[in-house]
Structure formats: structure tokens, C-alpha cells
Design a protein around this ligand. Structure first.
Ligand SMILES: *Cc1c(COP(=O)(O)O)cnc(C)c1O
Length: 385
């Protein structure tokens, strides 16, 4: 178990750091060396080699992330999808069945729908907000249940405590993608989940300058997932490890401000006469507010909204925004806005988009760390223009 720190702010800076500084350097240098001297290791996985995810730049991240998630162990990966695919391929074997939330991140949904069959795997999609419906989707081969802490782009908050209880009752491995909330606002392992996954591309790194992933859980699971990852080759390069390490240290400062600004923006949008719907669990009128308040320490920096003028007004507003770039992805220090039908959810069929409520006029906003007042002024002129 990683050393416990009383406060997350301190853990972010000090957890996992090496006791002796390399040449006195205050910051861990980048070990840009593919291989390391043989020192008598007796197993392949203990040899030091970048693909085996065990250079000093990996080690410090593993320890720090394990501490943040309250996990025995953690592993960084070459992308969020590498973490997701390696985890699912470690947990599931040919013939197994997975229950997954029906609002999955697009890449995860594509992995299930496009690759599972050829791997001999099966899945069923569940409404994760409705526990009473889950039982009908179980099969004798169901091995695991997979959900997200806040869904994209409509910010649905599943009944996560029920997911843990259901997994225990049916002997399933419970897995959660906690990208949107980060360990600052939600620590799923403490609530009983077996494995927590992140696209570290988003908030953990926080600067929109790399692609990375992470998974945390018991040492036994992490060892098995690392085994898969070594074979699939999805390791994180030491330079990307270094950048992620740097980004991670300011996680608390960034996401606290993003959360506070998202609250202010959602409140502004909620009152604006041109806005017909706001999706943000921090709003007291939001459908998931009560559950999110019970489960989480904060609501994060992602929100979506719909304009009365539909697609045309949404297109115009995106063009008029001066601070937020019209771009997919999220979780960086700069605000981003996108119409999910053109980016993150363009892979879904029209029917699936409509079924989920992802309309042509929906705008998703990833709140950065610019001043709330400036972001609100910018949104105001964009909506009213
Ligand atoms: C971006 C994202 C992923 C995929 O991560 P990559 O780093 O792009 O591979 C997975 N889950 C969620 C919720 C995401 O936002």
C-alpha cells in the first residue's frame, strides 16, 4: 500500500517521489533510456525496459496514482484506450460476457461493438441509472460490470453504489472510468469498485499536450493488466511520463477552479433565456444533483447545454466564442467547446444519438482555468450574437 498522506494537495507533490534525489535534482529527470543494466533479475517482467513500464519515470507515477486512488497499485499506459483495452482483456477471457453502461465513451463503445466478437467476448448494455433492470442482462458467463463516474456528454450519474452491490452479489469484477471526476472528487476503490481507469490525457495531465492512461486497483489485478499491456505494447514513453508527472502536481488547483467555474457557468446558462437545457450535476435543479452530492466531493468541470435556436444557433455560438476553441477532448487548462454530434459522438448512428438525447444543437463545454467572469462574458456574446 502506498504511503498515506492526510491531504491530497501534499500527496500530489510528495507521494511516490524517490527518497534520494538524482544528482541533487529537485525534479525527477527523464530517464530516456530504453534499457537498463541487468542486475540479476530472475523474471522477464523485472528486467528494466520501457515497454515493461518500470523505468523510474513510470515508478513515481505508479506510486503517486496508487496513493491518490487509495489503491495497492497503479499502472500508467500509452493512452486511456490502452488502459481500457488492457484492463478488459485482463479481466475477460474468451467466452466471457461484460455488462456495460449504455452511455459509454465512444472509443470504449467501439471497442465493444467492433472488436469484442472477434475476441470471443460478448457484452450487454445497461441503463446504469436503473438497477432493477440489470438482472435481466446477466448471463451465466457475465464476468464484469463497466461504468463511468459521469457520462459524456449528458453528465448522467449512474447509481454507482448499486453497481458495487450488484457486482458483489453476482461475483462480478467492477470497473469504472473516472476520467471526468478525477480522484480529487471521487475515489471509487474506497467505495468498493475493483478497478478504476482514467484517460490521463484529460484532467490528470491537464494540459492537452499528451495522450496517456492509468488504471489502479489491487496488486494482483495491476500485475495481470501489466502482463497484457506488455504484450499489447501500450506503454507510456518516459518523456510523456515526465509531462504527466509535472501536470499531475497541479491537479487539485486546476480541478477545484474548474469545478467552481463550471458551477458559475451552469448557473449563468440556466438563467439565460436563449438556453433551453443545461446538463451539469452541480446545478440544484439537475436530475442527478442529489445522487452526485451524496457520492462525490465535487462535480467536475464538464457541462453541456442546448440553445433554443437549435443547430444553427449552436454553430453560430461556437464560431463566435473567442476564448474556447471549437475542439474535441477535455480537461485541459484552456476551455474547449464542441458539438458532440460533429466530434465525440459522430460515430453513433442518428438513432443512437437521438435515443440518448444528443441533439444537433447540443454544445459540450470543457471548462478551463480562465477567469469565470471572462468565460461567462464570452459565452454571453456568443449566445446572443
Ligand atoms: C478521452 C476518454 C477516453 C479515452 O482516452 P484516450 O486517452 O483518448 O485514449 C476514455 N474515457 C473517457 C471518459 C474519455 O474522456
Amino acid at each position: 500500500m502506498a504511503t498515506r498522506f492526510r491531504n491530497v494537495d501534499t500527496a500530489l507533490i510528495h507521494a511516490g517521489e524517490f527518497e534520494s534525489r538524482v544528482e541533487g535534482a529537485v525534479i525527477l529527470p527523464i530517464f530516456q533510456s530504453s534499457t537498463f543494466e541487468y542486475t540479476g533479475q530472475t523474471s522477464y517482467a523485472d528486467l528494466r525496459y520501457i515497454r515493461l513500464n518500470n523505468t523510474p519515470n513510470h515508478q513515481v507515477l505508479h506510486e503517486k496514482l496508487a496513493c491518490l486512488e487509495g489503491a495497492e497499485a497503479a499502472l500508467v499506459t500509452g493512452s486511456g484506450m490502452a488502459a481500457i483495452s488492457a484492463t478488459l482483456l485482463a479481466v475477460l477471457s474468451s467466452g466471457d460476457h461484460l455488462l456495460a453502461q449504455n452511455t459509454l465513451y465512444g472509443g470504449t463503445y467501439d471497442f465493444l461493438t467492433q472488436d469484442f466478437k472477434s475476441l470471443g467476448l460478448e457484452f450487454g448494455l445497461i441503463d446504469a441509472t436503473s438497477p432493477k433492470t440489470w438482472g435481466t442482462h446477466l448471463t451465466p458467463q457475465t464476468k464484469a460490470i463497466y461504468v463511468e463516474s459521469v457520462s459524456n456528454p449528458l453528465m448522467q450519474v449512474a447509481d454507482l453504489n448499486a453497481v458495487v452491490a450488484f457486482a458483489r452479489q453476482h461475483n462480478l469484477v467492477s470497473i469504472i472510468d473516472n476520467t471526468f471526476l478525477t480522484p480529487l472528487f471521487y475515489r471509487p476503490l474506497e467505495e468498493g469498485f475493483d478497478l478504476v481507469i482514467h484517460s490521463a490525457t484529460k484532467y490528470l495531465n491537464g494540459h492537452s499536450d499528451l495522450v496517456a492512461g492509468a488504471v489502479a486497483g489491487s496488486s494482483r489485478w495491476i500485475q495481470q493488466i501489466n502482463g497484457r499491456l506488455m504484450h499489447l505494447g501500450g506503454s507510456l514513453d518516459p518523456h510523456a511520463c515526465f509531462l504527466m508527472h509535472r501536470g499531475l502536481k497541479t491537479l487539485a488547483l486546476r480541478v477545484r477552479q474548474q469545478h467552481a467555474t463550471a458551477l458559475a457557468i451552469s448557473d449563468f446558462l440556466d438563467r439565460h433565456p436563449e438556453v433551453c437545457r443545461v446538463y451539469y450535476p452541480g446545478l440544484s435543479t439537475d436530475k442527478y444533483h442529489r445522487r452526485a452530492t451524496e457520492l462525490f466531493d465535487g462535480f467536475g468541470g464538464m457541462l453541456s447545454f442546448e440553445l433554443k435556436g437549435g443547430e444553427e444557433q449552436a454553430r453560430r455560438a461556437l464560431k463566435r466564442l473567442k476564448l474556447a476553441a471549437d475542439a474535441p477532448s477535455l480537461g485541459g487548462v484552456e476551455s474547449l467547446a464542441t458539438r458532440p454530434v460533429t466530434t465525440s459522438h459522430s460515430g453513433l448512428s442518428r438513432e443512437a444519438q437521438q435515443q440518448q438525447g444528443i441533439t444537433d444543437g447540443l454544445i459540450r463545454f470543457s471548462v478551463g482555468i480562465e477567469a469565470a467572469e471572462d468565460l461567462i462574458d464570452d459565452l454571453k456574446q456568443a449566445i446572443e450574437g
